[in-house]
Every structure is written in structure tokens, then in C-alpha cells.
Design a protein around this ligand. Structure first.
Ligand SMILES: Cc1ncc(COP(=O)(O)O)c(C=O)c1O
Length: 371
């Protein structure tokens, strides 16, 4: 077993690991993307239902903007390696360890980026969102940093540790009985209290924030040939894909969904937005009932393939990461490795591949049965 905080699986010297401050100094002056976003209908969230989404709505400049904006508040996550799992997978693996991000998942990147672009009036009133848990934690944390109110609508069966953490950051929680009515209930509350909605995934600020993971991967593993990314509503996948394909178009980007939450694959196949059927997956972070208009447009343009996983494949990968790396990821966080181990991600043997360990907020009550 070797799980090291390295700059890359090839064991590049730690001298190559640059601090956020150094990286930020090298970033070219960003254009006015954030200023444009602030002018959009719906504020920074840009949630104007009248405007059809286009893959051009978020650019690499938005991602560079996001990095500068969020860096003072968030961690630079490590790229881990594990020789045993690399051998099993037949590919030189880097594990981008987003479970060590503030709040235990990458979600705080997008949330922080959105919160930092609020107008003073929006900040005065507060934020509202819907979440299975990790976006709620990210938004609650971000709201506490910018000094605004956060309201999170969640399904009642959400993971208790995620509920506790959201409350711990000072946000208010409203429960709904199912994912089906949670959107409607949230919207009623939003209108009544004039709050700004921050989508968990379908928002230019969220996508650009998640895209910063892509910038870090390219720096930490410069010879990367494949990046495998798990998708719920597709914010992380679209952010990484637009970043990586803009800077290094030859890198293969593969998305991963549980078969029991297959909205993105289904929409790509039919060519129109589709809902997941009855959601059946242990990976609660990937259980979005539909993808976003914007995320789907970006994924359709940039992503090479989206593959489906069975439940036992996700659980097997989660166990392997724990046994071989001493790292406890939540089921959603193990899905990208599962796609590599099963061969579904279609990785060329011997190539260099990054998988994302997206979150570590495990349901403690379910842990025993999962393992
Ligand atoms: C741990 C984890 N991984 C992946 C995802 C998927 O992210 P997205 O909705 O941006 O596709 C989520 C979403 O909540 C998550 O919590």
C-alpha cells in the first residue's frame, strides 16, 4: 500500500508542488467574466429559464476567475497515489482527493464562487438551495464566510451526518418527504423570502468553481491522458471537461453515473433532457433526478463518454480505497475508480489516469453494511 501526498503518480519531486499563491501569481489577468455573470438575470446564478443554455456560457476565463476568488477560503487538495490499485487497474492512477476539501467534498468550490459574487442586496437577503447533503454543506460554509443567511431544502431521508454538518455551519434546513416535491417547496419559500437560489450544479458560478479541480489536475499530473469524473447533476463533470478540453483537448474525459440514476447518459442517448426513473443508488451524491440544461450542454459538447455503474461495483471500489489507501470515501466518491476497475471507462492500459475522490461524508449508520 502506498498512499502518498505526491505531486503526481510518477512521483514528481515535492519541489514541483506549487502553493496556491504561486499559482495564482502566474494566472493571466482574467477577463470580465465575473462582471458579466453578475449582470445576468437572476444575479450570479444566471437562472433565467427563458435563455436556452449553450456550452459556450461558461469559459476557461470563468474558471480562472473562480480560482482567484475562492483560493483564500479553500484548500488545495492532494493528488494521492496507490501502487496496488494502479496495478489492479492497469493504469498509472492519480486520486484527486477532494474529500479533503473544506466541508468534505469539492462542492464548497462552486458554492464559494457563487457566494462571493452576490450583490450587496442579495447578500443582505440570503441564499437558498436544494441538496442531498454535500452542496448544502458547501453553501452553508460559503454563506458563513460571506456573512449571509443560507436555507437548505433536503429530502427527509438525507444522510444524518450531512444534516448535522449543514446545521453546524449555521444554515437552516427544511425537509421534504421526497425529491419529487422538494423543488416546488423550495421555490415557494424562495419567492416568499426573496432569497437567491444557487443550484447544486446548473449555474455558471458553480460549474466554474468545480472547474478549478481541472486546473489543479493538469498542474499536478501534467502527463495525464484520462480523467474520470462521477456525475450527479453534472456540475463537476462539466466544469472539469470544459477546463481540461480547452487547455488539453487530447485528454480523454469520461463521465460516470450509477445505472439507478442515469439521467445524463439517458439524455445523451435521446438527444433531449431526461429524468432518472425511480432513483436506486447507494451513491446519494449522484442521485440527481435530472441533469442541468447548462451542464448537459457542456457535457454533450466536451465529454468523450458517459458510462453506467452497478451498485456492487461502486461499493467494491469504496472498500478497495479504504483497504489499500486507508482513505474512507463515501460511495459517490468511489464511483470514478469503479468505472476504471470494471474496464467501463475504456482506459488504454499503461496510460495515466486521474480519478476524483469527490467526497468523504459517509453515512456512519450505513457504514457497517456498506463495508
Ligand atoms: C460526493 C459527490 N460526488 C459527486 C457529486 C456529483 O456532483 P455534480 O452534481 O456536480 O455532478 C456529488 C453531488 O452532490 C457528490 O456529493
Amino acid at each position: 500500500m502506498s498512499a502518498t501526498h505526491a505531486s503526481g503518480p510518477r512521483g514528481a519531486a515535492s519541489a514541483n508542488v506549487r502553493s496556491n499563491a504561486e499559482i495564482i501569481e502566474d494566472i493571466p489577468e482574467p477577463p470580465i467574466a465575473s462582471a458579466v455573470a453578475a449582470e445576468m438575470p437572476g444575479g450570479v446564478t444566471g437562472d433565467d429559464p427563458q435563455t436556452p443554455a449553450s456550452w459556450t456560457d461558461v469559459t476557461i476565463h470563468d474558471v480562472y476567475d473562480a480560482r482567484v476568488r475562492i483560493a483564500p477560503h479553500l484548500a488545495r487538495t492532494p493528488m494521492l497515489t496507490c501502487r496496488t490499485i494502479s496495478q489492479l487497474a492497469g493504469t498509472d492512477l492519480g486520486f484527486k482527493a477532494e474529500l479533503f476539501q473544506r466541508t468534505g467534498s469539492f462542492k464548497s468550490r462552486g458554492a464559494m464562487n457563487a457566494a462571493l459574487q452576490l450583490t450587496p442586496e442579495q447578500r443582505e437577503r440570503g441564499l437558498i438551495t436544494i441538496s442531498a447533503g454535500n452542496h448544502g454543506q458547501g453553501l452553508a460554509y460559503a454563506a458563513s464566510k460571506v456573512g449571509t443567511r443560507a436555507v437548505v431544502f433536503m429530502p427527509r431521508m438525507a444522510v444524518p451526518t450531512k444534516i448535522d454538518a449543514i446545521r453546524g455551519y449555521g444554515a437552516e434546513i427544511h425537509f421534504s418527504e421526497s425529491m419529487d416535491d422538494v423543488f416546488e417547496r423550495m421555490d415557494e419559500y424562495r419567492l416568499a423570502h426573496d432569497l437567491t437560489f444557487v443550484s447544486p450544479f446548473d449555474d455558471p458560478a458553480i460549474i466554474a468553481g468545480q472547474g478549478t479541480v481541472g486546473l489543479e489536475i493538469l498542474e499536478e499530473m501534467p502527463d495525464v491522458e484520462n480523467i474520470v469524473v462521477q456525475a450527479g447533476g453534472g456540475g463537476l463533470l462539466s466544469g472539469i471537461a470544459l477546463t481540461v478540453k480547452t487547455l488539453r483537448p487530447e485528454v480523454r474525459v469520461v463521465g460516470v453515473e450509477p445505472r439507478g440514476a442515469n439521467k445524463i447518459r439517458k439524455s445523451l442517448d435521446s438527444g433531449k433532457p431526461e429524468r432518472t426513473g425511480p432513483i436506486v443508488t447507494v451513491a446519494d451524491g449522484l442521485a440527481a433526478p435530472f441533469a442541468g440544461n447548462l451542464t448537459q450542454a457542456i457535457i454533450g459538447h466536451y465529454v468523450d463518454d458517459v458510462v453506467l455503474l452497478e451498485e456492487d461495483e461502486i461499493i467494491h471500489a469504496m472498500r478497495l480505497i479504504l483497504e489499500r489507501m486507508n482513505v474512507l470515501v463515501e460511495p459517490s466518491g468511489a464511483a470514478s475508480l469503479a468505472a476504471v476497475l470494471t474496464g467501463k471507462a475504456g482506459i488504454e492500459p499503461g496510460s495515466q489516469t486521474v480519478v476524483i475522490l469527490t467526497g468523504g461524508n459517509v453515512d456512519r449508520d450505513k457504514l457497517k453494511s456498506l463495508l
